[in-house]
Design a protein around this ligand. Structure first.
Ligand code: ADP
Ligand code: MG
Length: 415
């Protein structure tokens, strides 16, 4: 029987809420004994940004990254530890850097998902590059933006090919709005995408490893009100389809911490934005769903490190495209086949078995934590640092209520 210590690293930007909760949950979980009797102990550390020797060995077994999507020094450090040190990454920059929204649209269209029709148009403004003028004069073919838009059809969405956080997104109703938005796009590279009009439900799923939560989302609400607590807002078949799509996207790109936005109209599920690797998981946005997310993040981190799951960050589209290209399979049959590849990738069954047999006390420990004054303090601090003073009382009560609801339901579930 061996005792292995693991260090889980957190690469963070501005947030302090979920990292404190993650640290507390790992502390309360204590050592984990795997199937062969080996004991695994865990520490969590917040990673600092500093010069690094490319040959230096990092102390981390796994890193959860919320920073590298905009801060390139840690991004390059992540590449180094992936290539040289076999560190397990949620997520690897080798996949989310190369595969932004545009590539994700392409891949999922090839798999036959109902991504709305999308056209990429050239830059509006000349690029700041010495070779641009010459190249553009020779090779940029002039095009009729109105004709492109007419073909996509109004209303449509214009949005950056590598979008996120609604930067540069506009809904375009006519040619005037089209030209205004394109003029304003400047040096951003834009998609024109057919709008999914009159959809019934905006279903946003959050996936962490082999777990997925499908949530009812309202993009018109302020951040704290976007997710509503509703459990049966989709028919079982549509709910299963939304879940499959999230898992398939993630297994295809090897994203293990990602959210997927789908618009459901009738019985059709249209994925529109599913390259959100390392999404926001703040208490103030997820509220009721926050404990689920934190527990999933802890369980997946423990599973990967205690079982020695090998990092496989390099996308391998072959098996997926082999299914996509079969003409004898319907959409539903393909989705089922993709889902089964996704289950292989995430080792879904093994993960569930590991949680049931090796982390059997974690549910109780986590519930005790979410009911504790220690967690309440994190909640209160988060609210007071997020909202203006006159809203503190209202929002502390609001989020306490939602978290209490989760605790009550969890207590019932655990009997
Ligand atoms: N094709 C579409 N049909 C309908 N609504 C859309 C479409 N594309 C985007 N939207 C709306 O615009 C919002 C932002 O677009 P999205 O692609 O999610 O960009 P971001 O990556 O910035 O979140 C979506 O949440 C949705 O409300
Ligand atoms: Mg979005």
């Amino acid at each position: 029987m061996a005792d292995t210590r693991h260090l889980l690293g957190l690469l963070l930007g501005t947030e302090n809420d979920w990292p404190s909760v993650f640290e507390a949950l790992v502390r309360r979980l204590g050592p984990v004994t795997d199937g062969t009797g080996n004991v695994h102990s865990y520490d969590v550390e917040r990673i600092t940004v500093e010069p690094f020797d490319l040959r230096a060995e990092p102390p981390y077994d796994l890193v959860i990254d919320r920073l590298a999507y905009w801060y390139y020094h840690p991004r390059e450090w992540l590449k180094k530890v992936a290539l040289m040190d076999n560190v397990y990454l949620l997520n690897s920059p080798f996949t989310f850097q190369a595969m932004e929204k545009h590539a994700a649209y392409c891949a999922m269209m090839r798999l036959g998902l109902k991504v709305p029709d999308t056209v990429l148009v050239p830059y509006k403004n000349p690029l700041d590059h010495a070779k641009y003028a010459y190249t553009a004069e020779r090779y940029n073919r002039s095009f009729d933006l109105d004709a492109v838009a007419d073909k996509v059809g109004y209303p449509l969405f214009m949005k950056p090919y590598d979008g996120g956080a609604w930067r540069g997104v506009s809904r375009i109703r006519d040619a005037d709005e089209l030209h205004r938005a394109y003029d304003e796009s400047g040096e951003m590279l834009m998609h024109l995408q057919a709008s999914v009009e009159g959809y019934d439900v905006f279903a946003r799923s959050l996936s962490i490893g082999a777990e997925t939560m499908v949530m009812n989302f309202d993009p018109d609400q302020p951040m704290h009100g976007r997710y509503s607590v509703s459990h049966d807002f989709l028919s079982p078949a549509t709910g299963a389809e939304v879940l499959s799509i999230g898992r398939v996207v993630n297994a295809f790109f090897r994203w293990e911490f990602n959210s997927c936005e789908t618009l459901v109209r009738g019985t059709d599920v249209h994925p529109i934005d599913y390259a959100n690797a390392c999404p926001d998981v703040a208490i103030t946005s997820l509220h009721y769903y926050f404990p689920w997310a934190m527990k999933a993040l802890v369980k997946w981190s423990i599973f990967c490190t205690a079982t020695g799951r090998a990092p496989r960050p390099y996308v391998d589209p072959g098996p997926w495209f082999a299914i996509a290209d079969r003409e004898d399979l319907s959409y539903d049959e393909k989705l089922a086949a993709y889902h089964s590849l996704a289950d292989d990738y995430f080792e879904t069954e093994r993960y569930q078995d590991f949680c049931a047999s090796r982390l059997s006390e974690f549910d109780e420990a986590a519930l005790a934590y979410f009911q504790s004054p220690e967690f309440d303090e994190v909640l209160v601090t988060t609210v007071t640092t997020t909202f203006p003073v006159h809203e503190h009382e209202q929002f502390v009560a609001h989020f306490r209520g939602l978290l209490r609801l989760w605790c009550d339901e969890e207590r019932t579930r655990l009997g």
